[in-house]
Design a protein around this ligand. Structure first.
Ligand code: ASP
Ligand code: MG
Length: 431
């Protein structure tokens, strides 16, 4: 008998029909003799709809009230699922994040889990119940307020609970049947990975792969929680996320290899031109962006003329944060003495990821040649030990992804069949 944490995303519980299906699956798992803790996201696009309601009553909703509002979505889904489980004759109890002992920092909208004290979860498990925990939320002891964990935060709830309960596995049940070498809707030749290390999964998530929220992967790595990404409808083997490339070179499949191609269309490119070339100016630019609450990615600067002249700084920002950052930059324009700020939303980032990059001389050349052959212009590029990324026009993104997938030998060998036929109508990204 094992202790299993199962998380279901918004699209897996988007209707009461879907909730009943999840209830059946959970009861079946319990019927096999396992203890089951379930974490559900809000139904379908509930979180987006709640955000829209907030916008209808206020231009600048209070972050505290936003969290009060948004956390109701997850509670609703979990309470409905508990009722559906009762109808199947099993014992179930739903808990809010605070009731389940999820303790967070006090930052509304982006709180981090600092501890989980799952006393009530254990009590309910001990009496034989299936426990449902509302994802994406916790309690800040400092403010005594309920908080949310940032979009996609239910993944982190599930992993943190699995760590605190010393669960045997944390299953992330979603609308794809695992982690793929690329989005299978864009690259039909993409393959499901049997296994991926925390390191590569973190890079994939940071580079835009939507299957797991980035913070949840960080949490899993820190606490050593084995994660199984699998379909919420089928019973396929899924993808195991565990281990690091360094601790087991032989067994873990993605070491020494290229893991996959990730992409991100939610970024915006911001260019600050004519920045005076003297110490301190660049710092002022990035301080303004940071104070506007934006995380900078892929920053480059060039010095076109002799030192002491001017230079341009270009970087990527999350698209939803860019307007605030650009406004903050315009405010410091006169004081810093740069010429202009441009925002360009028509960009996307494509990245090739894998521990094998280290051992692959010429990987950057291969990357650029593949994009050149596909006629994709590279606007910004950056590399790390296990990743190469390029920024291109959004319209060219799909060609870029397919070209890189082929060039790095990730295409499925012709003649073999896919692991699982994806239901493409259902394969909408999870929220
Ligand atoms: N419902 C929240 C969101 O849409 C959290 C989650 O789904 O994980 O981001
Ligand atoms: Mg998600």
């Amino acid at each position: 008998m094992a202790l299993i944490v199962q998380k279901y995303g918004g699209s897996s519980v988007r209707s009461t029909e879907r909730i009943k299906r999840v209830a059946e699956r959970v009861v079946a798992t319990r019927g096999e003799g396992h203890d089951v803790v379930v974490v559900l996201s809000a139904m379908g696009d509930t979180t987006d709809r709640l955000l829209e309601l907030a916008r209808q009553v206020s231009d600048l909703p209070s972050p505290r009230e936003l969290d009060m509002l948004l956390t109701s979505g997850e509670r609703m889904a979990n309470a409905l699922a508990a009722m559906a489980i009762h109808s199947l004759g099993a014992d179930a109890c739903s808990l809010s994040g605070p009731q389940a002992g999820v303790i967070t920092t006090s930052a509304y909208g982006k709180a981090r889990i600092v501890d989980v004290t799952p006393r009530r979860v254990r009590q309910a498990l001990d009496r034989g119940a299936i426990v449902l925990v509302a994802g994406f939320q916790g309690l800040s002891p400092e403010t005594e307020d309920i908080t949310t964990l940032g979009r996609g935060g239910s993944d982190t709830t599930a992993i943190a609970l699995a760590a605190a309960l010393k669960a045997d596995v944390c299953e992330i049940c979603t609308d794809v049947d695992g982690v793929y070498t690329a989005d299978p809707r864009i690259v039909p030749e993409a393959r499901r990975l049997e296994h991926i290390t925390f390191e590569s999964m973190e890079e994939m998530a940071a580079s835009g792969a939507k299957v797991l929220a980035l913070r949840s992967v960080e949490y899993a790595r820190r606490c050593g929680v084995t994660v199984l990404v699998r379909s919420s409808c089928h019973t396929g083997p899924g993808t195991t996320v565990s281990g690091s490339a360094d601790d087991d070179r032989g067994e873990h499949g993605d070491h020494g290899a290229i893991t996959g191609v990730a992409h991100d269309v939610s970024c915006a490119k911001v260019a600050v031109t004519g920045v005076p070339d003297r110490p301190g100016t660049v710092a002022r630019v990035f301080r303004a962006v940071a104070d506007a609450g934006c995380e900078v990615d892929t920053a480059v600067q060039n010095v076109p003329g002799p030192a002491g002249g001017v230079r341009d700084i270009t970087f990527l920002l999350p698209g939803d944060g860019a307007p605030a950052a650009v406004a903050a930059l315009r405010e410091i324009r006169a004081g810093t003495g740069f010429a202009e700020v441009h925002q360009d939303d028509d960009v996307a980032k494509v990245s090739v990821i894998g521990g094998g990059m280290r051992a692959r001389p010429g990987a950057t050349a291969t990357f650029c040649e593949a994009l050149a052959e596909a006629g994709v212009n590279i606007e910004i590029m950056s590399t790390s030990e296990i990743r190469i990324s390029a920024v291109c026009r959004t319209a060219r993104l799909h060609d870029a992804i397919r070209a890189l997938h082929r060039a790095f030998g990730l295409d499925r060998t012709p003649g073999t069949t896919p692991d699982k036929t994806l239901d493409h109508t259902e394969a909408v990204p999870q929220t």
